[in-house]
Design a protein around this ligand. Structure first.
Ligand code: FHN
Length: 428
């Protein structure tokens, strides 16, 4: 579970009486001075924040880690930072440290706590030049207009290193640091930051957005396709925004979200699904409803997801064209605005994962009772037994030249609200 939570949740898409563009980037789009933006904290008092409820919901959805925004591009720390008073404890009436409370809840539910940190964008600090999509494209040029005077290393020494040290020293084991937008960080600085993480918490992973080719895993944002040969993770929004936005209305259905989970997993990736909690500390109702439905599906089918790996083939698409946009196309999309490169169709198809001596066939958006798995024949698999996860009825099957053919039990689509069914195929 990706958790984007900050002052942008308090304004939720409005600013000075009008709807704003750019979601959690509205400070940039509206060119709001740090002094004025920081004053949002005066009203930020999420008294309904309940770390235990957040982490419990992540666990019940079948998730194994959370990634929480310790500091987003606005530069406002969502924890008690000793190195910058621009933070939730010192600047808001809330006065509590969400990361300390989330760390306690993660320990209770055995969920890994991971932390997001905006590395190359920080609109509070005067020394953060950017170069995307053009020079100064994501910089604070309204408080700090002279881009050429900005020296990244001053920000790196003054804010980044002290805050990363705090985050890795004060909250117990951190599963991963999820850096974002490396922008103009130098190769030396990326290496120095990686060494600092290794020194403080050798088991803490870092993603490839630490910059300059470093990182233990790579990120595919709003895409279901791996973006490198490294182990990888897809991060997706449920709606259109990462941070809470009251105008968000295009929410992916539970069926679409589970389809995406299956596709990413079959391709060897993890799925990091985002929730943008509201300014009062609760999850949007539409997010909770989807998480609960996905949780019911995971209760039945989790063995085909956890610790699985890609099989010989990833999918059988019944000849349909997949509508994944290419990584190239996605790279050119303006990422921080509303960008969603994921497939939109509910084409019935079949994906595979495997572990040990078992192959799992995911029948996605399946509406018929007969199944033909063309990729399974005597040369690919010596089939011992087949069962439909969540259904105890015996399944008759036959392997012929066309492949493995079987009929699903008559009540196959009654167990879960999501029409993605999993065949567990055990082999001799
Ligand atoms: O600009 C950010 C955006 O707000 C969000 O945090 C995403 C999450 O992957 N990362 C950046 C866009 O690439």
């Amino acid at each position: 579970m990706f958790l984007h939570w900050g002052l942008y949740a308090q304004t939720a898409g409005d600013w000075k009486g009008h709807k704003v563009k750019g979601g959690e980037h509205f400070m940039l789009y509206e060119r709001i001075p740090v002094k004025e933006y920081g004053a949002i904290a005066d009203q930020f008092n999420p008294v309904k924040f309940d770390a235990d409820a957040w982490v419990k919901q992540a666990s019940e959805t079948g998730m194994k880690y959370i990634v929480f925004t310790a500091k987003h591009h606005d530069g406002f720390a969502m924890y008690n930072s000793a190195s910058s008073d621009y933070n939730i404890v010192k600047r808001s009436p809330f006065k509590r440290d969400p990361i300390a409370e989330l760390a306690k809840a993660c320990k209770k539910y055995k969920i890994q706590l991971c932390l997001y940190y905006s590395l190359g964008r920080d609109w509070q600090d005067p020394d953060v030049p950017t170069n995307w999509p053009v020079k100064a494209g994501r910089s604070n040029t309204w408080d700090y207009p002279n881009e050429d005077e900005k020296v990244f290393n001053r920000y790196f020494e003054r804010k980044v290193k002290p805050q990363i040290t705090e985050l890795l020293s004060n909250y117990g084991p951190i599963g991963a640091l999820w850096f974002d937008t490396p922008e103009l960080i130098s190769k030396t600085e990326s290496a120095e930051l990686k060494a600092l993480v290794n020194k403080l918490q050798p088991n803490c992973l870092v993603n490839n957005r630490i910059g300059n080719g470093y990182g233990d895993f790579s990120i595919s944002e709003q895409s279901l396709l791996p973006s490198s040969k490294k182990v990888w993770e897809s991060c997706l929004t449920i709606g259109q925004n990462w941070g809470y936005n009251k105008y968000d209305s295009l929410w992916k259905s539970p069926e679409m979200l589970v389809r995406h989970l299956v596709e990413v997993t079959a391709n060897g990736g993890n799925l990091l699904l985002n929730v943008g909690p509201k300014g009062d500390g609760t999850f949007p109702e539409w997010a909770t409803a989807r998480l609960k439905t996905i949780g019911k599906w995971m209760d039945i089918n989790h063995e085909a997801i956890y610790a699985s790996h890609p099989w010989l083939v990833m999918k059988e698409n019944n000849g349909e064209k997949t509508d994944n946009i290419s990584i190239e196309q996605s790279k050119n999309a303006i990422k921080d605005a509303i960008f969603d490169g994921t497939p939109k169709s509910l084409t019935p198809d079949i994906y595979y994962t495997a572990n040990d001596n078992t192959v799992y066939a995911f029948l996605r958006s399946w509406q018929k009772s007969d199944v033909l798995l063309k990729k399974i024949n005597k040369s690919t698999l010596s089939v011992k037994n087949i069962e439909l996860l969540g259904n105890s009825k015996k399944i008759k099957w036959v392997i012929n030249n066309e492949g493995l053919s079987l009929d699903l039990p008559g009540d196959y689509n009654s167990g879960t609200q999501i029409p993605v069914y999993v065949l567990k195929i055990t082999t001799n």
